[in-house]
Ligand binder design. Structure first.
Ligand code: MGD
Ligand code: SF4
Length: 732
C-alpha cells in the first residue's frame, strides 16, 4: 500500500527540482481563469496552505506590489478543493494584525507580571543557548521538554532531538484526539487519520456522535457530507444540542450528556441479537465476537432509554437502519474526544460497531488509507541517544505520546526527574490544558520558558524569552503529506511575502539557535527553500511543480476491500480485535463497559463547549476580520429553563463551577430551544486575558476557567473536560 513514484517521474523531478529552486512561479492553467478576472490581472498567485486550523487547506495568495491582497482556495488541494471556510478567508486578518509579536522579547520582570525588553535575535538566542547548556549540565537533557501545536513545530522537534531531548507533548493528543485514535488503534490496528478516512460522499447512512461538522468547519469533509446528502445519504446526529449539522439530519437524538456509551452498547446488542451484523466480514476479519455478545447482554434498549433519555423504539429503529444500509455506513469516530474519562472505551465502542457492520475498507464507510511519505533531508547526522528521560505517563500504558499534564506534573514534583525548561511552540497552555493554577505552579519551577508564537496570547506573559514567528503567509514550512481515498497529497507552504517586522520562520530560528548550541551539522541548508528542494529531490518529487501548483497528488493504493486488496490490521492478532487482549493484559476492561457519570446537582447545569465556525480555539479571536463577525461567545441555555430563572436574551451573567471556581469576565445569555434543559453551551477560545490582544482581551468567558479536577482516561492519560457543572450568577 505504498505510493509509487515512476522512474520517469524521477528523471523529470531531479532535473526540474534543481531548476525549481530559482525558477519564477509560472501560473498553472487551473489558476488562470481567476487571474483573468476583473482587477486580478496584476496579482501574482502564490499557492501555499492555510494554518488557521489543522485541516491545512490549499490556498492561493494573490500578491500585488509585495502585499497579499486576496486569498482564494486552491482547486488542486484535496483538503479544500478550491474552497476556504470563513476562517481561511480571514488570512489577511492574521497577516496584518497590528498586535502581532514583532521583535524578540526578554522578560526582565516576573513570570506572570512581565516587563519586556526588546532584544536582538542574537541576544535572545544566545540567552536561550546559555540556559540550555546550564540546564543540560546540571540535570541532563531529561530536564528539557517541548509542547507544540502546528506545522512549524517540526523544525523545533528536529533541533531538540539533535540536542538529545526526548520529552515532547501535544495538546492535540491528551486534550483532543488521543482517546479516539487509541480506541481505533486497539481495535483496527490503525487510527482514523487527519483528515479522517471517512468515505462520506459514498455513504448511505452516517451517524455523528457529538461532532458538529460544519461548525468545526473541516472543509473537504463538509463537502463530502453534502455530496453524500445529494446521493440520498441518511444522517443521524447524537448531540444534546441541535448543532447546525443536526438541523440537517434525518434524526436528531438529544442525548443526556455523558451517556453516549450506553447508546452505543445498546446498538451493538441489537445489531448482534437481530443478526444485523456482517457475518462473513466478522468471521473473516474479527476475533472476540462471542465474548462481545456475552458482554453486551445487560444493555437492552429499555436500559439504554433510562440512561440516555432516548426512546427505546428510536434506539431500535436506528440500529435496524444501520443494519439495512451496512456496509455503506459510517459511524464517525469524532475528533475532540476527551469528554468524560472513559473516552478510549467509548471510541472502542464506536470502532466495534463499525466493525460489526463491516464498514472498515468498504464503500461509504472508512476507506483503507494509502501510505506515502517524503524522505527526510539526506545526509543528516543521527540524533544522539536521548538520556534515560523521565518516565512520564508510566501509569497510562497506551499513552502513545507523552501528555502535557504529565510534563506539568513532573515539573511541579521533580519526580521522577526535574524538568527545568519548556519550549512552547504555537500552544497557548492557559487556554488549552485545564487547571491553569497548576500550570502557573509548574512554570514557577522552571529555569527557562521559551514561547515561539505569532501573537501576544495569555501564555506569553509567563515566558522568559518570546520568539516571534512570522505567519504562514510569510514562510516556508515543512512538507505536509495527507492520505486521501486512493490518493496521497503532498503540499507545500511557501512565502507569499517577506516576514514583517523582525519576525522569522522556524527553519531560520532553529538553524541559528542550532549554530549557537554547536549543532550546525544538523542544519546544513542555506534556507527553507533549499531544505524543501533537497527533500523533494530525495523523494523524486518535482519541486518546481510543487512550487507552481502548491500540491502534488500521487496515486495511492485501492481504498476498498476486494479479492486482490485484502486489509491488513496492525493489531497483535492481525485481526480486528473486538475483544482486546492488549487491554486485558494491562488490567483494563477488554470490552467496553458502562459507567454512570454524575448528573448536575440542583441549580447547576452541565458545561458543554465546542468550536465556533468562525474561530479556531483562541488562535483567531484577535483576527480583525473574524472579530467583526464574532467578538465574544454566548451562553446557550434552554429557553424555558432560562425564563424560569428570569434570564433574558443578551443579558450578561457570570458563571461559577461546582468547586467554586469563578470564570474571569462575563458572558451574554442566548435563550434557545436548540439545547436540552440540563446543560449550557458556549464556544471555546474566548475569555482571552492578555492586554496585547487588543480586540480579544476580556471578550466573553473561557470554558477552561470552569474546568476543575478533570477525570483522566486511565488507558491513555487524556484529560476529560466535560464533567463540570456551572451555576449562573445574575447581575454581572
Ligand atoms: P491553538 O489554540 O490553535 O492551539 O490548543 P493549542 O494547542 O493552544 O493555538 C495556540 C497558539 O498558537 C496561539 O497562541 C496562537 O497565537 C499560536 N499560533 C498561531 N499560528 C501560529 C504560527 O504560525 N506559529 C506559531 N509559532 N504560533 C502560532 C488547542 C487544543 O486545545 C486542542 S487541539 C484541542 S482539540 C483542545 N480543545 C479544547 C476545548 O475545546 N476546550 C478546552 N477547555 N480545552 C481545549 N484544549 C485543547
Ligand atoms: Fe483554513 Fe478553514 Fe481550511 Fe481550516 S478549514 S485550514 S481554517 S480554510
Amino acid at each position: 500500500m505504498s505510493v509509487k513514484f515512476s522512474r520517469r517521474t524521477f528523471f523529470k523531478a531531479t532535473g526540474a527540482a534543481t531548476a525549481g529552486i530559482t525558477a519564477a512561479v509560472t501560473l498553472p492553467k487551473v489558476f488562470q481563469s481567476w487571474a483573468e478576472g476583473a482587477g486580478q490581472q496584476d496579482m501574482k498567485p502564490i499557492p501555499t496552505f492555510c494554518e488557521l486550523c489543522f485541516w491545512n487547506c490549499g490556498l492561493i495568495a494573490k500578491v500585488e506590489n509585495d502585499k497579499v491582497v486576496k486569498i482564494d482556495g486552491n482547486p488542486l488541494s484535496l483538503r479544500g478543493r478550491g474552497r476556504l471556510c470563513g476562517r481561511g478567508n480571514a488570512a489577511l486578518g492574521a497577516l496584518y494584525d497590528p498586535d502581532r509579536l514583532k521583535y524578540p522579547l526578554i522578560n526582565i520582570g516576573k513570570r506572570g507580571e512581565p516587563v519586556w525588553k526588546r532584544s536582538t535575535w542574537d541576544e535572545a538566542l544566545g540567552l536561550i543557548a546559555r540556559k540550555m547548556h546550564a540546564i543540560k549540565e546540571q540535570y541532563g537533557t531529561e530536564a528539557l521538554a517541548m509542547m507544540y501545536h502546528g506545522t512549524g513545530s517540526s523544525f523545533w522537534k528536529h533541533l531538540l532531538h539533535a540536542y538529545g531531548v526526548s520529552t515532547f507533548a501535544a495538546p492535540s493528543f491528551a486534550q483532543c484526539r488521543g482517546p479516539r485514535d487509541i480506541g481505533f488503534m486497539l481495535t483496527f490496528g490503525s487510527d482514523v487519520g487527519s483528515p479522517e478516512y471517512y468515505d462520506f460522499s459514498r455513504s448511505k447512512y452516517i451517524v455523528l456522535l457529538g461532532s458538529h461538522l460544519g461548525e468545526n468547519a473541516h472543509n473537504s469533509q463538509v463537502q463530502d457530507v453534502v455530496k453524500g446528502f445529494s446521493s440520498g445519504a441518511k444522517l443521524t446526529v447524537v448531540d444534546p444540542r441541535l448543532s447546525n449539522i443536526a438541523s440537517k439530519a434525518d434524526r436528531w437524538l438529544p442525548i443526556r450528556p455523558a451517556t453516549d456509551l450506553a447508546l452505543l452498547l445498546a446498538w451493538i446488542r441489537i445489531v448482534i441479537e437481530e443478526g444485523l451484523y456482517d457475518k462473513e466480514y466478522v468471521a473473516k476479519y474479527a476475533n472476540g465476537f462471542d465474548e462481545l455478545r456475552a458482554a453486551v447482554q445487560p444493555y437492552t434498549p429499555a436500559w439504554a432509554e433510562n440512561e440516555t433519555t432516548i426512546a427505546s423504539d428510536v434506539i431500535v429503529d436506528v440500529a435496524r437502519e444501520l443494519g439495512r444500509y451496512a456496509p455503506n455506513v459510517c459511524i464517525g469516530a469524532g475528533r475532540y474526544s476527551t469528554w468524560y474519562g472513559d473516552d478510549t472505551q467509548r471510541a472502542r465502542a464506536v470502532a466495534i460497531l463499525n466493525a460489526l457492520l463491516g464498514t472498515w475498507g468498504r464503500e461509504g464507510g472508512y476507506f483503507l488509507p494509502p501510505s506515502g511519505k517524503v524522505p527526510e533531508y539526506p545526509g543528516l547526522p543521527a540524533y544522539p541517544e536521548p538520556g534515560e528521560g523521565p518516565k512520564l505517563d508510566a501509569a497510562y500504558p497506551f499513552a502513545m505520546l507523552q501528555t502535557t499534564t504529565s510534563i506539568r506534573q513532573t515539573t511541579i514534583t521533580a519526580q521522577p526527574h526535574p524538568i527545568k525548561a519548556w519550549f512552547l511552540y504555537g500552544t497557548n497552555l492557559m487556554k488549552t490544558v485545564p487547571d491553569k493554577q497548576e500550570t502557573i505552579k509548574a512554570i514557577q519551577n522552571l529555569d527557562l520558558l521559551v514561547a515561539i508564537d505569532v501573537m501576544p496570547v495569555d501564555i506569553i506573559n509567563y515566558a522568559d524569552v518570546v520568539l516571534p514567528e512570522c505567519t504562514y503567509l510569510e514562510r516556508y514550512d515543512n512538507i505536509n503529506v495527507g492520505m486521501f481515498k486512493g490518493e496521497v497529497e503532498i503540499a507545500l507552504r511557501q512565502p507569499a511575502v517577506q516576514p514583517f517586522w523582525e519576525s522569522k520562520p522556524s527553519w531560520w530560528i532553529t538553524r541559528e539557535l542550532g549554530g549557537k548550541l554547536g549543532l550546525a551539522e544538523f542544519f546544513p541548508w542555506k534556507d527553507g527553500e533549499e531544505y524543501l528542494a533537497k527533500r523533494c529531490q530525495a523523494g523524486e518529487i518535482d519541486f518546481a511543480q510543487l512550487k507552481r501548483d502548491g500540491v502534488i497528488i500521487q496515486k495511492g493504493s485501492a481504498p476498498y476491500i476486494s479479492a486482490d486488496n485484502q486489509p491488513e490490521f496492525g493489531t497483535p492478532s492481525g485481526k480486528i480485535e473486538l475483544y482486546s487482549k492488549q487491554l486485558a493484559d494491562k488490567g483494563f476492561d477488554p470490552l467496553p463497559t458502562y459507567t454512570r457519570h454524575p448528573t448536575p446537582p440542583a441549580g447547576y447545569f452541565r458545561l458543554l463547549f465546542g468550536r465556533s465556525p468562525l474561530h479556531t480555539f483562541s488562535r483567531t479571536t484577535n483576527n480583525f476580520m473574524l472579530d467583526d463577525l464574532q467578538k465574544e461567545n454566548a451562553l446557550w441555555i434552554n429557553t424555558k429553563k432560562g425564563r424560569e430563572l428570569g434570564l433574558k436574551n443578551g443579558e450578561y451573567v457570570s458563571l461559577v463551577n461546582q468547586d467554586g471556581l469563578i470564570a474571569n469576565g462575563r458572558i451574554k445569555i442566548k435563550l434557545t430551544q436548540r439545547l436540552r434543559d440540563d446543560a449550557v453551551y458556549m464556544n471555546h477560545g474566548f475569555g482571552v486575558h492578555a492586554k496585547g490582544m487588543t480586540r480579544a482581551n476580556g471578550q466573553g468567558i473561557a470554558d477552561d476557567d470552569l474546568i476543575s479536577k478533570p477525570a483522566i482516561d486511565p488507558i491513555m492519560g487524556g484529560t476529560a473536560m466535560r464533567g463540570n457543572f456551572v451555576k449562573i450568577v445574575k447581575g454581572a
